[in-house]
Write a protein that binds this ligand. Sequence first.
Ligand code: SF4
Length: 312
Amino acid sequence: MIDQSNWAGKPYFPISQVYKARFGSKVVKIPVSIADNCPNRAGLKGMQTCIFCDEHGSFAYPESQGDAIREQIENHRAKVAARFNASKFLVYFQAYTTTFTGLSRLKEGFDVALSYPDVAGLVVGTRPDTLSDAVLRTWKEYAEKTFVGIELGVQSFDDDQLIWMRRGHTAAQAIKGIERVAATGVDVGIHLIFGWPTENEKQIVETALLCNQLPISNVKLHNLHVLKNTPLEQMYADGKFEPADLDLYSSRVALFLEHLSPKIAVHRLAALSSRWDELIAPAWTRHKMKSYQGIIDRINDRGAYQGRLFKT
Ligand code: SF4
C-alpha cells in the first residue's frame, strides 16, 4: 500500500512536499545564470547544439543573462515570491552548463546566494559528463553547511535518442555521472524528455526501472517541444519531426509514473517555454495550468498513479 498522504492530491509524489518536509515551509526556486555556454555550443570534440535547446540555454529569465548574480537573485526572488507566495528559496543555477564555467565563479555564486537569510540552499543544473573532481569536492564541502541539489540533464537512457538529439554523451556516461555526484552525498535529480520519434512503451518502462535502481531522489519530466531558433525548428518545418500530442504524452507520463518508485519525487510533468512567444509546437503546452491539468486528468482517467506497478 503506497502512502499518498503527502502527495497533495496529485497522482505522484511532488517535490514541493519534499521541500516542505525538509525546510518546514514552502520553498521555491530562484533561477539564476552564471554560465553562458556549454560543451555543445562551444563545439567541444565536434559537438553541436542539442536539437531542442533554445538560444538562452533553457534560462527562465534570459533578459537578465549577464547581470550580476546579486542583481539576478534579488530581481527574480521578487518575481517568484509574488507568483508563488513564498518566503523561503533555493537559488537554482539553471542556464546552459553551470559546471562549464570557472570553479571560482561557481563558488562566488554559491557564497552570494547563501548570504541571503531566506535562501535555504543551492540547486545546480548541469550535464552528467561535465563534472570535474574539483567541482564534486566543492559540492561536498557546501553540502556540509547547506542543502545542495544537483539536477543532471540526462534526457534519455537510449543511446540512439541521445545521438539524435546531439547530446554528445552516452547513457553509460550519464549513469556514471549520476553515481559520481551521488557519492558526494548531495541530492541528485535527473531531467528526462519524452516524445522522441522512435520512443516506445518498453523504453519508457525500462527508463523508470533504471531510475529506481539509480541513486537519485527526484526526476523532472519534459515533453519534446519545438522552440524558435533551435535545430528542431527546422526539422519540424521540414516535416521531419512531429511533437507528441497531449494524449500520447500523457500516456507516456502515466506509464513512467506507474513503474517509478513512490519514493522518487517528481518536479513537474511537462516542459514550458520560458517565453510565451518562443514556443512553436505543440500548442497544448502554451497554457501552463491547462496543459498540466490535461495530463493529470488523463493519468487519473487511466486509474494510474506513481508506483502502482512498482516492484521492490
Ligand atoms: S541543452 Fe544544455 S548542453 Fe545542450 S545545447 Fe543546451 S545548454 Fe548546451
